[in-house]
Design a binder for this molecule. Structure first.
Ligand code: UDP
Length: 475
């Protein structure tokens, strides 16, 4: 506990999307646990989610008003990515974020923080901080590897020199001969000028701000941590994995949205299974699949013969008609599998000893949570920078097996992955020597992650140097 840190106040301003809010609050918990006065700023409808995720940590919440539907063009009650249901609305939502600038600055005037940690999608926060003479730090929740890949692609544009979407190219300058195809890069959404400009501004503000906090630990990706700082010349501190900020079981169950399953029922089911016998299948907070794809997953899981927990995001009609005929009787009612329709208490599940593998869409948070739980993973990337993260898991830390998707397919799924590919990949991470080797490597990384956050560890020490930097500025 650092009494010496007491006088600093840090304000956190997360983007209202699950994959951004959750790591940002986890990060705020790291600050609070080190004795820093920690405040999170959000809008009214996001307060419950934030408060659940904060749990018992000593963090205060300050609420600023969300602009009206007349100002934003969004429907009433849309203050979170989850309620911006179409690509058009997502863009309108991102545009509306600029309107939070005045209320945030007003609050900064009242609170007089020493620093603001704002999401990458608030590039203007660097100027806001400058108005008050304080540093702005960027947080995007990612590690060094995907950030380095994005930066090199942005700078050297190898994707513009290939003749087709399927031709491979090497990411220039980046250590490790990383190859990609154009099909695997984030595709520009329809309203590309808005989004492209936002990304350009975000990139510029990363360079102009005080620095970047990476959700990573040095031992996980030393080459890329060094490359980011020394070759790309960015100022960065790695303070993660932030998901390891200490939580009891209740707090783990509360993290994020309200779970669609009773935590005790879920734990009871897991307790009844042998260690490492359950595969956890979840595609992040935003993916919805077609009925055809859901059916293929069901068949693949059934054919694997393994126990599973499968998270299926709820859709409007809520029916299970896409399940293969007889699946409920043959599989679910036999206790082989649990389907969670909606939000799952992911951290609580991943940390249970019955879980032995993770089928993931490779969002950085999920990838890191899988690493912290010491699990081999099936990589099933879909959008954003997930192909880079998948590559990291399969080719760099070597704890992942590809399910076989080759193309960035957006959040709604593309050509379905067939059940036999799913069955094969799941078995590879769960049974046999290869699975054992990957699990051992993942466990070693998980130990390293914990050590990084302990006194004297790499993330612990980077936290000290960040605080030292902030304190010397605040003096
Ligand atoms: N998550 C969860 N339950 C769910 C789905 C997601 O707790 O049912 C959490 C997950 O633990 C992670 C975050 O939501 O912390 C998702 O972030 P990620 O970067 O993996 O993916 P995104 O949702 O941003 O695509």
């Amino acid at each position: 506990m650092g009494n010496e840190n007491r006088e600093l106040q840090v304000l956190f301003f997360p983007l209202p999307a699950n994959g951004h809010i959750i790591p940002c609050i986890d990060l705020a918990r790291v600050f609070a646990s080190r004795g820093i006065k920690t405040t999170v700023v959000t809008t009214p409808l996001n307060e419950p989610l934030i408060s659940r995720t904060i749990g018992k940590a000593n963090i205060s919440i300050r609420v600023i008003m969300f602009p009206s539907p007349e100002q934003t063009g969004l429907p009433e009650g849309c203050q979170h990515f989850d309620s911006a249901l179409s690509p058009d609305m997502l863009i309108t939502f991102l545009k509306a974020m600029v309107l939070l600038r005045d209320p945030l600055e007003h609050l900064m005037q009242q609170e007089t923080p020493d620093c603001i940690v704002a999401d990458m999608f608030f590039p203007w926060a660097t100027d806001s901080a400058a108005k008050f003479g304080i540093p702005r730090i960027v947080f995007h929740g990612m590690g060094y590897f995907p950030t380095c890949v994005s930066a090199c692609l942005r700078q050297y544009k190898p994707q513009e020199k290939v003749s087709s979407y399927t031709e491979t190219f090497v990411v220039p300058k980046l250590p490790g001969e990383i190859t990609l195809t154009k099909m695997q890069l984030p595709q520009t959404p329809k309203h590309n000028e808005v989004f492209t400009k936002l990304l350009d501004d975000a990139n510029a503000s990363e360079l102009n701000s005080f620095g970047v906090i990476a959700n990573s630990f040095y031992e996980l990706e030393p080459i890329y941590a060094d490359f980011y700082r020394n070759e790309l010349g960015r100022r960065a501190w790695h303070l993660g994995p932030v998901c390891l900020s200490k939580r009891d079981t209740d707090e783990k169950a509360q993290r994020g949205k309200e779970a669609a399953i009773d935590e005790h029922e879920c734990l009871k089911w897991l307790d009844s299974k042998e260690p490492h016998s359950v595969v956890y299948v979840c595609f992040g907070s935003m993916t919805t699949f077609s009925d055809t794809q859901l059916k293929e997953i069901a068949l693949g899981l059934e054919a694997s013969g393994l126990n599973f927990i499968w998270v299926v995001k709820k859709r409007s009609n809520g029916s299970l008609e896409w399940l293969p005929e007889g699946f409920e009787e043959r599989v679910l009612n036999q206790g082989k599998g649990l389907i969670i329709r909606g939000w799952a208490p992911q951290m609580m599940i991943l940390d249970h000893e019955a879980v032995g593998g993770f089928v993931t869409h490779c969002g950085w948070n999920s990838a890191l949570e899988g690493i912290c739980a010491g699990l081999p993973m099936v990589t099933w990337p879909m959008y954003a920078e997930q192909f880079y993260n998948a590559k990291f898991l399969t080719d760099i830390v070597k704890i992942g097996v590809r399910v076989g998707v080759q193309t960035w397919i957006g959040m709604m799924g593309g050509n379905p992955v067939k059940n036999d590919a799913i069955e094969k990949a799941v078995k590879r991470i769960m049974v046999g020597d290869e699975a054992e080797e990957m699990r051992n490597r993942a466990k070693e990384l998980s130990h390293m992650a914990r050590r990084a956050l302990e006194e004297g560890g790499s993330s612990y020490s980077d936290f000290n140097s960040l605080i030292e930097d902030l304190r010397s500025r605040a003096r």
